[in-house]
Design a protein around this ligand. Structure first.
Ligand SMILES: [Zn+2]
Length: 348
């Protein structure tokens, strides 16, 4: 497919238009094109703002708590990560990057465990996938040299919680990350509330979850202009509900992530549907959910240190072959199999 015509999502609304390939680049035109290769809803590629592809090799676990499954060092996931072979893990992560490409994602922000070796394996899995990884590494120790080495090969650092390391060490790593113009991100208040003053004091560029955040925490988060990635599928697995309405009302930039790959395929269309299933239309409109899924991620990616301008607006699109009535609703009904990609010579 070299050209598509229909409704194009831009600046929070759908306009009539078409997109076509010209000299290897996609060009947006504000009018329909009857000769286009296909017709449908044209969306900017999504940014998956929170993944852990490292556990893609694991089967979906039975119901359990956040702590039992993902808390370091002895949650089930971490025990499995210590055992998995490189070949098995890289193959599973490559499958996940391919699934992201085919579902219309251009970038993903991964919290990659296992230090430098973890980052190396994700890079290998991403090569040639057509999606760009933003790798937030996690040091295996509090060793300054290890953090420095990670910051040289990764886009930043991502911690699982305030409790990962002692607080002074987290402060030092936050300073070191900022000094190298890299991203400092962490999970916050997922299953239980954490001290938000201590979190903000680390000057995070991105927080994940904030399920247990209070109204004051959300207010402070908005004041500090820290975006939040919410992961409704993962939250639902643990019986949690993120306060998305309250986040938007506070003025926080909200984006979507698919969290642990063992819990769900890394598909932003699925995640948007999951958010729709979690909240009624009186709480979150279709337009707000589509904006979170297809504008929030781009805004967040472009706000991160070292990554400003990484996502070109009108740079890349995909098409949902779908009728054009009520496009917001159509997007929230769509699945990966409805996605068609422009032929740019990329391979999944
Ligand atoms: Zn996570």
């Amino acid at each position: 497919m070299k050209s598509a015509s229909g409704l194009v999502y831009t600046e929070g609304r759908f306009i009539e238009g078409s997109v076509s390939m010209s000299k290897g680049r996609l060009k947006l035109s504000p009018k329909q094109n009857g000769d286009a290769d296909t017709h449908g809803i044209i969306l900017p590629k999504s940014v998956n703002c929170h993944t852990h592809l490292g556990d893609a090799f694991m089967e979906k676990p039975k119901k359990c708590t956040v702590e039992e499954l993902v808390a370091p060092p002895n949650g089930l996931k971490h025990r499995m990560l210590r055992k998995v072979s490189e070949d098995t893990q890289v193959r599973a992560m490559a499958g996940a990057t391919s699934a992201m490409f085919l579902s219309g994602t251009s970038h993903f922000i991964d919290f990659r465990e296992s230090g430098l070796e973890g980052a190396r394996r994700l890079l290998m899995a991403s090569l040639g996938s057509g999606v760009t990884p933003v790798i937030l590494g996690r040091p295996d120790s509090d060793n300054v040299d290890e953090v420095s080495a990670l910051l040289n090969v990764c886009d930043g650092i991502g911690f699982s919680a305030l409790s990962d390391l002692d607080y002074r060490t987290l402060e030092r790593i936050s300073d070191q990350t900022r000094a190298q113009d890299r991203v400092f991100a962490l999970h916050a208040s997922e299953a239980k509330r954490e001290d938000f003053g201590m979190i903000l004091n680390l000057k995070p560029d991105l927080l994940v979850h904030m399920v247990r955040a209070t109204a004051d925490d959300l207010e402070a988060c908005a004041q500090a202009k820290v975006p939040v990635a919410v992961c409704p599928t993962s939250n639902a697995f643990f019986g949690l509900v993120p306060p998305v309405r309250e986040m938007l009302d506070a003025g926080i930039t909200v984006c979507l992530g698919t969290d642990n790959a063992m819990l769900a395929p890394p598909c932003i269309l699925d995640e948007a549907r999951s958010l729709r299933a979690m909240f009624g239309e009186a709480e979150l409109s279709d337009g707000e959910i589509v904006s979170i899924a297809f504008e929030g991620g781009r805004k967040v990616l472009n706000s991160l240190p070292g990554l400003r301008g990484a996502y070109l607006e009108h740079g890349d699109f995909f098409v949902l072959e779908s009728p054009l009535d009520d496009p917001f609703k159509r997007v929230l009904e769509a699945k990966a199999e409805n996605v068609r990609l422009f032929d740019r010579g990329e391979t999944p």
